[in-house]
Design a protein around this ligand. Structure first.
Ligand SMILES: Nc1nc2c(ncn2[C@@H]2O[C@H](COP(=O)(O)OP(=O)(O)OP(=O)(O)O)[C@@H](O)[C@H]2O)c(=O)[nH]1
Ligand SMILES: [Mg+2]
Length: 295
């Protein structure tokens, strides 16, 4: 008999939700960066272990929105996190319940859903600190389990999977067993380019970018020709993204190409363009054109 569970992953920005999702899936389905608000929508990662299939729902970081894009991201959290069999609340290994965690915990209580507290990044602190964190969070809510992990180093993930297994129930798998995500290839390629923008650029610039794959053409020899359009919010940002003599765009392009080749498993020719769309993060029309539609 097969078993399955839908597990949502929530927490403040930058806490490691996407890193954990990728580690559990065993492949990269969600982009990661050291900047907050990297994930903008719900990303599904599928993990099948023998009889059991977990459908992981990675979500944007919980924050106070300042743009319509931010509002969309918060709606995704509300619509995704509480539509699961079990919630993973990821927190930093800090003995302080911040406003984001407080708000999430009160919504978790209201939902009545099971919740596992996952303390991430334990590689950055000593053991005594972890006990303090467990103590402080246990005062806030009766979690179904508390699991300290290091997503980056894969520490504690088997224990976490064991706890998640308790919330699986008998029933058919939602996805084919060899599937790891429901995102189309084009979207993953666009996200890879956005990851490189986040890696290479500072301050507000990467947060104001969106990437669209305008052409995805498989060649007779099996290689793929791609065209990516990078949208940014200001002409001055466009100049920075392109860089002196085009050096920055070249770097972003070649880092993206390497990862896309690995993902698609073939040679890739990637052409990139940069266009300005002022204030797109506050335009309903542009947001919906970029696929930020609530469903
Ligand atoms: N030291 C350490 N760093 C980690 C660990 N897990 C994630 N990180 C780092 O934390 C940063 C944020 O990781 P993400 O996975 O993008 O975090 P996120 O919660 O998905 O962030 P948003 O999508 O912006 O909400 C990256 O620089 C990761 O490399 C960990 O276990 N240990
Ligand atoms: Mg993320």
């Amino acid at each position: 008999m097969t078993r399955s569970a839908v597990i949502s992953v929530c927490g403040r920005a930058n806490v490691g939700k996407s890193t954990l999702t990728n580690r559990l899936v065993g492949e990269k389905v969600s982009i990661v960066s050291d900047k907050p608000q990297t994930t903008r929508t719900r990303i599904t990662g599928v993990v099948t272990h023998g009889e059991t299939q977990f459908v992981l729902l990675d979500t944007p970081g919980f924050h106070k929105p300042r743009t319509k894009l931010g509002n969309y991201m918060m709606e995704i959290i509300s619509n995704t996190v509480f539509d699961a069999d079990c919630i993973l609340l990821l927190v930093e290994p800090v003995a302080l319940v911040g406003p984001q965690e407080s708000e999430l915990i009160s919504r978790i209580k209201a939902s009545g859903l099971p919740c596992i507290l996952v303390i991430n990044k334990i590689d950055t602190v000593d053991k005594s600190r972890i006990l303090e964190v467990i103590g402080i969070y246990s005062n806030e809510h009766e979690f179904d389990a508390v699991v300290p992990i290091s997503a980056e180093r894969r520490d504690g993930l088997d224990i976490l999977l064991g706890e998640m297994e308790k919330f699986a129930s008998e029933g058919p798998h939602y996805y084919p067993d060899d599937m790891i995500t429901d995102q189309p290839e084009r979207q993953i390629c666009a996200e890879i380019v956005r990851e490189k923008l986040l890696q290479c650029l500072d301050k507000e610039i990467p947060h104001g970018t969106a990437v669209e794959i305008s052409s995805f053409a498989e060649q007779p020899n099996g290689n793929v020709d791609l065209e990516a359009v990078i949208y940014c919010e200001k002409a001055s940002h466009k100049g920075i993204i392109i860089g002196k003599n085009g050096v920055m765009l070249k770097k972003i392009g070649s880092l993206s190409r390497e990862d896309i080749e690995e993902f698609l498993g073939c040679k890739v020719m990637l052409r990139t363009w940069v266009k300005v769309k002022e204030n797109w993060r506050n335009s309903d029309l542009m947001l919906s054109n970029f696929g930020f539609k609530d469903s």
